[in-house]
Write a protein that binds this ligand. Structure first.
Ligand code: AMP
Length: 464
């Protein structure tokens, strides 16, 4: 998953992009980058591994002058964790500097890449986003917009994009609308960002959400709506609301806070825990879910787990060994709240079961009499091919184990999930959702993504 931001028609655009990236840090903590360009300043790019705070310095931002900028925070879902895959990508294009920042995952990237390599294209990364750049550059359409449109129509899967051609920015969302993207006004300029919380931070007004298939041009503070992409069945990602987006954002027309609260209420309505004394969340994504649960169940809400905010998300580090260690670094239990009590623990989702198992151990060690785990989403039984970092099927505990096996493995007294309908009922029924990771109902062909992504040296060996 990733966060993207674009700034057009604002002096020192890179500074605004930098600020906005702070509000998108939760969408990707592996690498960060900003490209800036101005009428008198050629496009320049800074990319670094790690957090936004570490990736840029005062002098680094000073070296990025101009009134247009594009920023990105990355959390790899396609391609490996190396600087070569950090975004934005910046290349030389016939119409000027071409910059791409991408949130999402293309499901046909491997096939397209194969074709491109056969035609002689050479790749510098193994990111699916680089495929888009080649498609744009090689399109035979007569205009820049036509070339970008061509590429977007050939790409299948999830993309919310900010593309720069010189100082002109383009914002686009794939026709299924998997990932969010917003535009707002700042002074005389415009800002595009993955979530409204980033637009809030930079003081944007007149915010609007790009709808599935929207393709906009931003230049010198002017927004032009280009013809939309070919319509497809809309499938917004429900996991954005369950887990990924920040509760202070409004995405897909819904307040994330409101939906999460309702998920918690649904849990209390349909999955009560008789005789429980207190309820608390696994912070932070489930905080308001526990609040909703407490409201309906009339059980006292407590802070039973404390999260250390100076540690990144548990899943960031992709090795099992480090993931287990990190659980302990990230959380601790509050003995005072827990000792001798029957507790309801609310979390948004269960993925591998690793974090939860560690947490339950901690909660028991803090003296809980009973532990009832409640999950604000159904069992995750399939991987996401559209940009959420869910692991392969074999690693998904609910794909290979029964509810009772998981309950015993986690060591809880009871384990309950929301059903698909109970989860969807917490959202506005008007939105059409992608819930493939829960239901197996994938809105695109997915077999195309499953091949191993070639490493760059391997690819150069096979390139003609
Ligand atoms: P686990 O117990 O190992 O299955 O981890 C469950 C925890 O991971 C929950 O607290 C979720 O909030 C969190 N989570 C769910 N999906 C993701 C994801 N794609 N990346 C990182 N964390 C996640």
């Amino acid at each position: 998953m990733c966060g993207v931001i674009g700034v057009s028609g604002v002096p020192d655009a890179s500074r605004l992009a930098y600020l906005g990236l702070y509000a998108l840090q939760h969408r990707g903590q592996e690498s960060a980058g900003i490209m800036a360009v101005g009428a008198a300043h050629p496009a320049k790019l800074t990319r670094a591994m790690g957090l936004v705070a570490d990736a840029f310095s005062e002098s680094g931002l000073e070296a990025l002058p101009g009134d247009a900028a594009i920023g990105h925070t990355r959390y790899s879902t396609a391609g490996s964790t190396v600087l070569a895959n950090a975004q934005p990508f910046l290349v030389d294009y016939h119409a000027g500097a071409l910059t791409v920042a991408h949130n999402g995952n293309l499901v046909n990237a491997d096939v397209l890449r194969d074709e491109l390599v056969r035609e002689g294209a050479i790749f510098v990364s193994n990111s699916d986003t680089e495929v888009l750049i080649h498609l744009i550059a090689r399109s035979s359409a007569p205009t820049v917009e036509g070339q970008i449109r061509d590429a977007l129509e050939r790409a299948d899967g999830a993309y919310s994009l900010v593309i720069g051609v010189g100082r002109t920015l383009y914002a686009a969302v794939d026709a299924r609308g998997f990932r969010p993207l917003f535009v707002g006004r700042v002074e005389d300029g415009l800002v595009v960002a993955s979530e409204t919380c980033a637009l809030d931070l930079v003081g944007a007004s007149n915010m609007r959400e790009l709808q599935p298939g929207d393709f906009f041009r931003l230049h010198d503070g002017q927004l032009t709506e280009l013809a939309p992409l070919t319509p497809r069945r809309v499938t917004r990602c429900i996991f954005e609301l369950v887990y990924f987006s920040r509760p202070d954002s409004t995405i897909f027309g819904e307040s994330v806070d409101r939906v999460r609260r309702e998920l918690g209420r649904q849990l209390a309505r349909f999955h009560p825990a008789a005789g429980a004394d207190v309820v608390f969340s696994v912070p932070d994504s489930a905080n308001v879910m526990a609040l909703g649960y407490s409201e309906v169940a009339k059980i006292k809400l407590e802070h039973g787990l404390i999260r250390n905010h100076y540690v990144g998300r548990t899943f960031i580090n992709p090795t099992q060994r480090l993931r287990v260690e990190k659980v302990k670094i990230k959380f601790n239990a509050v003995r005072e709240v827990i000792a001798g009590k029957s507790v309801v623990v609310v979390d948004d989702s269960l993925v591998r079961g690793t974090t939860s198992k560690g947490l339950v151990k901690m909660i028991r060690a803090a003296g809980a009499r009973e532990v009832h785990l409640r999950l604000g989403s159904p069992p995750i039984t399939g991987p996401c091919h559209y940009g959420i970092d869910t692991p392969n099927r074999e690693e998904l505990i609910a794909a290979t184990h029964s509810r009772e096996e998981i309950r015993a493995h986690l060591g809880v007294d009871s384990l309950e999930y929301l059903s698909l309908d109970e989860m969807i009922d917490a959202t506005s029924r008007e939105t059409k959702w992608c819930h493939a990771c829960f239901s197996g109902d994938y809105p695109t062909p997915v077999q195309l993504t499953l091949g191993a992504i070639p490493s760059v040296p391997e690819l150069l060996e096979v390139a003609p």
